[in-house]
Design a binder for this molecule. Sequence first.
Ligand SMILES: [Zn+2]
Length: 213
Amino acid sequence: MIIFGTRGVKSTIKEGNFICPQCATTRPYKHKKVTRFFTLYFIPVIPLGRIGDYVECQSCKGTFVERVLDYNPNQQNNEFQSVYEQAMRHSMVLIMLADGEIDESEMEMVQKIINKFGHNDMSMEELEAYVEEVQANSEPIDTYLKEVAPSLNEHGKEMIIKCALAVAAADGHVDPSELQLISEMAKAMEMSTSHLKGIINEIVEQKPSFSNN
Ligand SMILES: [Zn+2]
């Protein structure tokens, strides 16, 4: 049997120092590109083209768009929020919208998670406006994650899964249907099953931190 497929492969094209918007100070960075490869027996053999690139802070592990290298801390600009932080918000809103309705307690939980895991706090008004924006051009979560995955490193992918698990666990238990959705999210981001299991185990052990505090 011949096993073949495709996979994104990362490589560093440049490194140096930049002002990280998340660390708010000068940090070393790596500029990485992601190339889609045709794989044979899981070994990348034929490059199929560049699918994305990002700048990664070597301190906080946040990933950013390339223009962040020209970031001026005196001009506050949300566009330089890390990719995972944007993706984590977007994914949680898509999860919340998945059942077709949003209640207040869900909104409160999502806001709490954003402010716990993120570097930029969000007010309830900002979250409401954001939900409307996502609703206006909604797409399935796996489609969305496939698009952003090339701009995420392992840290960013883990953060998204952790936040999704936190939303799922918000009502006190994680449903098999929620776990199914989370494993589809991991698959869309090309995360391995063992990596996903590791994150789930870690979260389950620390679960008290997700209860009402
Ligand atoms: Zn940083």
